[in-house]
Design a protein around this ligand. Structure first.
Ligand code: MTE
Length: 301
């Protein structure tokens, strides 16, 4: 299979934009993941973006389970055991249970999605994720008609996650989406980047990616998904409710109480790289604005 990336990417390896224009191959290196189906689907809007180098995506992380500094996850996440892995799916579903990740993957279509990724801290990356649509997993579980929200939970294993021995946040890390957000075709369960299995520091073995929301919604190392009819609690909202709401849609017009969200610093472009304007819904306005019609996005931040 075509594989345009090497294991040793540096900042100089960013692929020229033109090379991405027609690119739909799924990269090699997935054979060992038990992926039965590999097929391209409709590509998202971000196809022509230049990805951030692998080394940057994997060495500048937020994963408080391994510490609060950007370099902590790369340094300490190696201790995390990610095999075997299963996800408990419960709540308002027809088929609740513990789903082995290997079984899930054998039923899913893995594709590549190159997405803008905008952290609430006003930095950004462009990440070539591999994964499948969350909706396909929810369909497997059989969402019942009364369900309105999806709650997610990260692994709680303080022996392997030293940050969980500190009260940085209330553990385990939890997040949530409205069901229509969860079912949106842009919403991905990611199992890799750059065609490689997900590095531990990026949320191995499986994490959420919601590209039109601030990065903290994209919860890592997921072990539980619960369908519910009530808005679920979320870690950052519990921690600082005045700064982090449930929706957390990228919005350059609504500032964080302590800093502007109007622009962002692309990570990997060097210290003097120019800030770029932040786009409404992180550039996915055409795809997702309809989800929020009639809502006051200043109130529902
Ligand atoms: N998920 C868990 N379990 N713990 C975390 O600390 N940090 C969030 C999100 N998911 C976090 C998490 C934040 S603040 C961001 S910006 C992204 O993960 C960072 O993802 P990345 O390290 O792959 O860039």
């Amino acid at each position: 299979m075509a594989h345009r990336w090497t294991n040793d990417l540096t900042h100089d390896d960013v692929t020229p934009k033109s090379a991405y224009m027609n690119r739909r191959q799924i990269v090699a290196g997935m054979a060992g993941l038990g992926l039965a189906t590999i097929a391209p689907k409709a590509q998202a809007a971000a196809e022509t973006l230049d990805p951030t180098p692998f080394d940057v995506i994997t060495q500048y992380n937020n994963f408080y389970e391994f510490g609060t500094r950007k370099e902590d996850p790369a340094r300490y996440a190696g201790s995390l055991t990610t095999k075997p892995w299963s996800i408990k799916i419960d709540g308002m579903v027809d088929n609740p249970g513990d789903y082995a990740l290997s079984d899930i993957l054998s039923k899913m279509t893995i594709e590549e999605r190159i997405y803008r990724f905008r952290c609430v801290e006003a930095w950004s990356m462009v990440v070539p994720w591999n994964g499948f649509e969350l909706k396909d997993l929810l369909d497997l579980a059989g969402v019942q008609s009364g369900a309105k929200y999806v709650a997610f939970e990260t692994l709680y294993r303080p022996e392997e996650m030293p940050g969980q021995r500190q009260p940085f946040l209330e553990w385990p890390y939890v997040e949530g989406l409205r069901l229509d957000e969860a079912n949106h075709p842009l919403t991905l369960m990611a199992t890799g980047i750059y065609g490689k299995p997900m590095p531990n520091q990026n949320g191995a073995p499986i994490r959420l990616v919601v590209p039109w929301k601030y990065g903290f919604k994209s919860i890592k190392s997921i072990v539980r998904i619960t369908l519910t009819d009530k808005e679920p609690p979320t870690s950052w909202n519990k921690s600082i409710p005045s700064e982090y709401g449930f929706y957390s849609n990228v919005n350059p017009k609504v500032d964080h109480p302590r800093w502007s969200q109007a622009s962002e610093r692309p990570i990997g472009g060097g210290f003097f790289a120019k800030r770029i304007p932040t786009l409404m819904f992180n550039g996915y306005e055409k795809e997702v604005a309809g989800l929020y019609e009639g809502m006051d996005l200043r109130k529902n931040y």
